[in-house]
Write a protein that binds this ligand. Structure first.
Ligand code: FAD
Length: 405
C-alpha cells in the first residue's frame, strides 16, 4: 500500500500513524480528526485537569504539530469529521464532499459520551469526554459550583473526587443499586463505592433522574423518588456509544462498535479498527470484547496500522485488559475480566480503603483488583496472561502477605 488513512485523531489514531512510521512505512499518511485540537490525552481530563491549580490547567497534547507534520510527515486534517466511507472506491468521504483515497485504512473514531435525554441544550449540564467538556467543567468548579454527578462509574467518580478535593459539595446519583457492577462485579463495586462515603460525597444508589430544568440561577435535578437536588453544575457520567454513525451503510460490519477479527481486520478488505470503537475477538479469553481503556487503545492503534499495511503477515492482538482510575488520592487498578465464579480479598481490607481482590473462573485466575496496592497488579496481569491456576495465585498472594509482614 502507498496510502494509509486513519480516521480519528486521538490516542489510537496517533499510535496508528506512529506505528506505521516505526514499521518503516514511507508512503502517504492522512490523519483525519473531528476535533479542532491536536491529539491529546483524555485520562487527565477528569483528574489533574480538574484540580484546583493557579493559572492554566495542564496541557495534555501528545505531540506538537511540527512533530506530526514535520518529523512524521502526516497530512493532518483537524476539525474535519469523516461523514462516510466508500469501501468499493477505497475513499473516506469528508463532510464537505472531498474524498480521501486510501489503500489501507484504520478506523479509530473512539466513543461519544451519552447525554441525558432532554438535557442537550441545558446550560450547566455536561458530559466529560473532550477537552472542551473538561474546560467547561473546570470553569464551573473554579466558580465554586454545587455539583451533581449522574452515574457512579469511573469518570463520574473521578469528577466527584476532584470537586470534593476542592471542598465543594457533591452528590452522586446512581440508578443501579450497585455501582461499577459490570467493571468490577457486585462485591467490589460496592467496596469501591464506599470510597465516596469516606470522602463525604453524598452517594445515592438505586435512584434515577426523572428530569432536569433550570431553577433560578441553577439547575433542579428531579429524582424518581420525588426529591429534587439543586446544582450549579451537572456532569453526566452515564457511559458512551461507539462513534460509528459515519459508517452506516458503508458495508463495514457493526455490532456494538466496529466488528473485527483477532487481527483487528474489519469485514471489509484493507480496513482495520482500533481503540474504543473496535469490537474485536480477544484470543486470550476466546471472547469478543470492546474495551474502553487507554492501554489497549494505544496498543491496538499500532497493531492495526501495521496489520493494515501488511495484511498477509497480520498478527493477532490479544491482551489482558487493564485500566486504572484515581479517586480521593486512591488508585484503583483492575486487570482481566470481572465476570467470575468467586471474588476473594487476599490482602488488606476494603474497610481500610486498601486491598487486593482476586477473581476466579473455574480453576483459573481471571481477574485482579488492587486498590492502593500498585506494585501487585502487573504481576497478576502476567499470571492471567499465562493461564495461572487459582491455587498458584492464592499461594502467590499469601507469600506476598508474609513478605510484607
Ligand atoms: P477517543 O479518545 O475517543 O478518540 C476518538 C477520536 O475520533 C476523537 O477525537 C473524535 O473526535 C474522533 N472522531 C470521532 N468520529 C469522527 C469522525 N467521523 N471523523 C473524524 N474523527 C472522528 N482509560 C484508562 O484506562 N484509565 C483512565 O484513568 C481513563 N480515564 C479517562 C478519563 C476520561 C475523561 C475519558 C474520556 C477517558 C478515560 N479513559 C481512561 C479511556 C481512554 O481515554 C480511552 O480508552 C482512549 O481515549 C481511547 O482512545 P481512542 O483513540 O480509541 O478514542
Amino acid at each position: 500500500p502507498q496510502r494509509l488513512a486513519v480516521v480519528g485523531a486521538s490516542l489510537a489514531g496517533l499510535r496508528a500513524v506512529e506505528g506505521a512510521r516505526a514499521s518503516g512505512f514511507t508512503g502517504s499518511i492522512t490523519l483525519i480528526g473531528a476535533e479542532d485540537h491536536l491529539p491529546y490525552d483524555r485520562p487527565p481530563l477528569s483528574k489533574a485537569y480538574l484540580a484546583e491549580t493557579p493559572g492554566s490547567p495542564p496541557d495534555t497534547t501528545f505531540r506538537t504539530e511540527d512533530t506530526l507534520r514535520g518529523e512524521l510527515g502526516i497530512d493532518l486534517r483537524l476539525g474535519a469529521p469523516a461523514s462516510g466511507l466508500d469501501t468499493e472506491g477505497r475513499a473516506v468521504l469528508m463532510e464537505d464532499g472531498t474524498p480521501v483515497p486510501y489503500d489501507a485504512l484504520v478506523i479509530a473514531t473512539g466513543a461519544v459520551a451519552r447525554l441525558l435525554p432532554g438535557t442537550e441544550d441545558l446550560a450547566g449540564v455536561h458530559a466529560l469526554r473532550t477537552a472542551d467538556d473538561a474546560a467547561a467543567v473546570r470553569r464551573a468548579l473554579d466558580g465554586g459550583a454545587r455539583l451533581v454527578v449522574v452515574g457512579a462509574g469511573f469518570i463520574g467518580s473521578e469528577v466527584a473526587s476532584a470537586a470534593r478535593e476542592r471542598g465543594l459539595p457533591v452528590t452522586v446519583v446512581e440508578a443501579a443499586d450497585v455501582p461499577l457492577r459490570r467493571a468490577l462485579g457486585d462485591e467490589m463495586g460496592l467496596a469501591c463505592a464506599a470510597l465516596h462515603d469516606r470522602a463525604g460525597t453524598d452517594l445515592r444508589r438505586g435512584v434515577s433522574v426523572r428530569a432536569m430544568r433550570r431553577h433560578g440561577e441553577g439547575i433542579g435535578v428531579e429524582l424518581a423518588d420525588g426529591g429534587t437536588l439543586h446544582a450549579d453544575l451537572v456532569v453526566a457520567g452515564i457511559g458512551t456509544d461507539p462513534a460509528t454513525s459515519w459508517l452506516n451503510g458503508s458495508g463495514v460490519a457493526l455490532a456494538d462498535g466496529v466488528l473485527c477479527d483477532r487481527t483487528l481486520a474489519t469485514s471489509v478488505p484493507g480496513v482495520y479498527a482500533a481503540g474504543d470503537v473496535a469490537h474485536w475477538h480477544n484470543p486470550l479469553f476466546g471472547q469478543s470484547m470492546r474495551l474502553e481503556h487507554w492501554t489497549s487503545a494505544a496498543e491496538q492503534g499500532a497493531t492495526a496500522a501495521v496489520n493494515a499495511l501488511n495484511p498477509r503477515a497480520a498478527r493477532p492482538y490479544s491482551t489482558v485488559p487493564y485500566f486504572w482510575s484515581d479517586w480521593y488520592g486512591t488508585r484503583i487498578q483492575f486487570v482481566g475480566i470481572s465476570q467470575a465464579d468467586e471474588v476473594r480479598v487476599v490482602s488488606g481490607d476494603p474497610a481500610d480503603g486498601r486491598w487486593v481482590a482476586l477473581y476466579r473462573t473455574g480453576e483459573r485466575l481471571t481477574g485482579a483488583l488492587a486498590v492502593d496496592h500498585p506494585t501487585h497488579i502487573m504481576k497478576y496481569r502476567v499470571m492471567i496472561n499465562r493461564g495461572c491456576s487459582w491455587t498458584e495465585a492464592l499461594d502467590f498472594a499469601q507469600t506476598r502477605n508474609e513478605q510484607a509482614c
